[in-house]
Design a protein around this ligand. Structure first.
Ligand SMILES: Cc1ncc(COP(=O)(O)O)c(C=O)c1O
Length: 423
């Protein structure tokens, strides 16, 4: 791998192996994507050398005039892209963005109402094993047992009963459109703040493929990875009236200096997300997810809620006499990466699960369309249905052919091959 090879051959070899693994894998992990090479350039830039505690125009370090321009660019682009009144682009991650909102408007012990982790919610929405559930009291809402979609009447009933200080919408594993207007109504009816964590669907929102939460929520948090296909990190959008509190909660509240190469990469992420190419990409992501879900349903797999409206789906593996963990392992053997995932009302423990979560964002970036996604559905079905070594070997070959037909980071994969060949 370039000059790293001579400075640290061991690390260089590991990076080369990872480049090759990414190239050779059908990546269906719903939270992953492949950034364009220019994003790697920015994230690997000299900005890593700079400290810039504070915000543009009010820093605790000297020499920040260029940094101020970069951060202001990221802020202005984030506001424009999502039509938001205020943006903070410093959160190091999605969890930090969520924690900052809680720090800004809650007191320790205040009550959070978020989506049940085992129904698709996220740890940082009040789970007892996360700091969000340690510092704050929390309750959760889930999905309806029959429809497996959010039961808004039940959310309203629960909110009226428990009077949360903040209500959170947004999920890690929910395949359907979320009704933000309805959540807003519920929050207003009990005098709660309303926050949306759009980490998974942010790219779809930016492209107009999923309705935007921005007009409805007091706070919208997100990662800039996943469907946004950009920098590693988080953002917070909010109404202007909360801007000062949010800034204070990030710095000095829960973070020190911003990771400036990531702030710059967020500026690039937002610029790319304003293009027609990006909007086409997101429409294709949704179309590909639909093609994969239909292909699996036709082959007898049960999909949670019957399908998908966004970039991801949850497959119930019990119909094939498999646990989620077994399905994940069998698919990994042929080069298809998915993750085991709880399904609503799952009888299996979290380390086993009854389901797998599949997403279309990453392989759509590699140029695949409905035809390839239907083929991937067929491969998944063959591996999980037949479970014979003959089928495993054949599908391994098919995965390899498909990956080679849609190459990733071509020059890096070539260089990795040379490095590994030479070592
Ligand atoms: C809905 C949601 N919020 C927050 C996060 C956490 O983001 P990070 O890993 O950047 O802290 C995730 C991660 O997958 C997520 O799905």
């Amino acid at each position: 791998m370039y000059r790293l090879n001579s400075v640290d051959p061991h690390l260089s070899e590991l990076l080369s192996k990872e480049v090759q693994r990414q190239h050779r894998t059908i990546e269906l992990i719903a939270s992953e994507n492949f950034v364009p090479p220019v994003m790697l350039e920015v994230q690997g830039s000299v900005l890593t050398n700079k400290y810039a505690e504070g915000y543009p125009g009010r820093r605790y370090h000297g020499g920040c005039h260029v940094i101020d321009e970069i951060e202001s660019l990221a802020i202005e682009r984030a506001k424009k892209l999502f039509n938001a009144e205020y943006a903070n682009v410093q959160p190091h991650s999605g969890v930090n963005a969520n924690m900052a909102v809680y720090m800004a408007v809650l007191k320790p012990g205040d009550l959070i109402l978020g989506m049940d982790l085992s129904h698709g919610g996220h740890l940082s929405h009040g789970s007892k094993v996360s700091i969000s559930g340690v510092m704050f009291a929390s309750r959760c809402y889930g999905v309806n047992r029959e429809s497996e979609t959010i039961d808004y009447d039940e959310v309203a009933r629960l909110a009226t009963e428990i009077k949360p200080r903040i209500i959170i919408a947004g999920a890690s594993a929910y395949p359907r459109v979320i009704d933000f207007a309805r959540f807003r109504e519920i929050a207003d009816s009990v005098g709660a703040y309303f926050m949306v964590d759009m980490a998974h669907i942010a790219g779809l929102v930016a492209a107009g493929v999923h309705p935007s939460p921005v007009p409805y929520a007091d706070f919208v948090t997100s990662t800039t990875t996943k469907t946004m296909r950009g920098a590693r990190g988080g953002i917070i959008l909010c109404k202007a009236e909360y801007g000062h509190k949010i800034d204070k909660a990030i710095f000095p509240g829960i973070q020190g200096g911003p990771i400036l190469q990531n702030v710059a990469a967020k500026a690039l992420t937002f610029k790319l997300a304003m293009t027609e190419e990006f909007r086409r990409y997101e429409r294709q992501v949704a179309a590909n997810a639909k093609a994969l879900s239909l292909g699996l349903a036709e082959r007898g797999f049960r999909l949670v809620s019957g399908g998908t409206d966004n970039h991801l789906m949850l497959v119930d593996c019990r119909g094939k006499d498999l646990t989620g963990r077994q399905a994940e392992e069998s698919l990994e053997e042929v080069g298809i990466a998915v993750n085991k995932n709880m399904i609503p009302y799952d009888p299996a423990p979290p380390a086993v699960t009854s389901g797998i979560r599949l997403g279309a964002a990453a392989m759509t970036t590699r140029g695949m369309r409905e035809t390839e996604f239907r083929l991937i559905g067929q491969m998944i079905s063959e591996v999980l249905t037949s479970r014979s070594s003959r089928v495993t070997e054949r599908v391994k070959g098919e995965v390899s052919d498909l990956c080679n037909a849609f190459p990733l980071y071509f020059d890096r994969v070539e260089a990795a091959g040379a490095t590994l060949g030479a070592s």
